[in-house]
Design a protein around this ligand. Structure first.
Ligand SMILES: Nc1ncnc2c1ncn2[C@@H]1O[C@H](COP(=O)(O)OP(=O)(O)OP(=O)(O)O)[C@@H](O)[C@H]1O
Length: 140
């Protein structure tokens, strides 16, 4: 399988509970390399742009409010089949449905406050990475 890059966010519920290191350990244990990482506070505009695809969903306002409620850690992860591999170790969106050992099963609080985001496809990964990182911030 090809070496890919995916975009990851450690969400405010994860930073609030000091879980950055615990989640990064799971990411690295799965063979993914953290090739870029920064802790930021998303602006409302950034969060609205990032989740624009969900604009019509009833939880959109709640989702944006949550994403700007505290610091997040944005990351670029690299590895073989990184996009699917990360989705796999994240687990299902709803932590009560997530498989044992996944990040969301271990750490997520609810379907909304679910600790992590990971890109779902090659094209979205490229767009999401470009929203938060310039090329020289990614060191493979
Ligand atoms: N019913 C809901 N109530 C509140 N928030 C929700 C709900 N469904 C989804 N969300 C939030 O919106 C995000 C995006 O939803 P989506 O269905 O794309 O899930 P996902 O692909 O697993 O998550 P992500 O895009 O963050 O990786 C979820 O991660 C979650 O934070």
């Amino acid at each position: 399988m090809a070496i890919e890059r995916t975009f990851s966010i450690l969400k405010p519920d994860a930073t609030a509970r000091n879980l950055t290191g615990a989640i990064n350990a799971l990411i690295e244990k799965a063979g993914l390399r953290i090739v870029a990482q920064k802790r930021i506070r998303m602006t409302r505009e950034q969060a609205e742009t990032f989740y624009a695809v969900h604009k019509a969903r009833p939880f959109f306002g709640e989702l944006v409010d949550f994403m700007i409620s505290g610091p997040v850690v944005v990351q670029v992860l690299e590895g073989e089949g990184a996009i699917l591999k990360y989705r796999d170790i994240m687990g299902a969106t709803d932590p009560s449905k997530a498989a044992d050992g996944t990040i969301r099963k271990l750490h997520a609080k609810s379907v909304g406050e679910n600790s992590v985001h990971g890109s779902d496809a090659t094209e979205t990964a490229a767009v999401e990475i470009a929203q938060f990182f310039s090329g020289n911030e990614i060191v493979g």
